[in-house]
Unconditional design. Structure first.
Length: 132
């Protein structure tokens, strides 16, 4: 198994969407984990990053509270503001300490939308905070 690490600055936390898109355009046999600090930054300061939470349908895999939304949280990365076009969207689940796992990534640039448990596992990508 191949393990890769990509680094994203807190001040450019929205770049996780580009890193994910680039990685998935190469292979879907990948599991992606994003550092908790990056997701927390998007949750706290999403307006600055043009990233907003929304109520997307969850997958049955994490439907832990039977509300139809699963346990994951959906984020949309927009061109400018919450009502501008969406560049990418993704859902993440906090199922391990220190990271959020990518669950779904529907994107036209990624051949057939990504659903993490529906693919293999030949590569692990960790998206960490760039501290330099």
């Amino acid at each position: 198994m191949k393990v890769k690490t990509e680094y994203v600055s807190i001040t450019q936390a929205e770049r996780i969407f580009e890193v994910i898109k680039q990685s998935l355009s190469v292979t879907k046999d990948i599991q992606i984990f994003v550092a908790e600090e990056l997701i927390k930054e998007l949750r706290r300061n999403g307006v600055e990053h043009h990233v907003y939470e929304f109520n997307g349908m969850g997958c049955h895999h994490y439907n832990k509270d039977d509300d139809g939304f699963g346990g994951e949280t959906w984020y949309g990365y927009h061109k400018e503001h919450a009502f501008s076009p969406v560049i990418s969207s993704a859902s993440f689940i906090s199922n391990c300490k220190g990271y959020y796992q990518l669950v779904e990534f529907p994107n036209k640039k990624v051949p057939s939308d990504y659903l993490h448990y529906a693919v293999g596992f030949k590569e692990l990508l960790l998206i960490e905070v760039d501290t330099i």
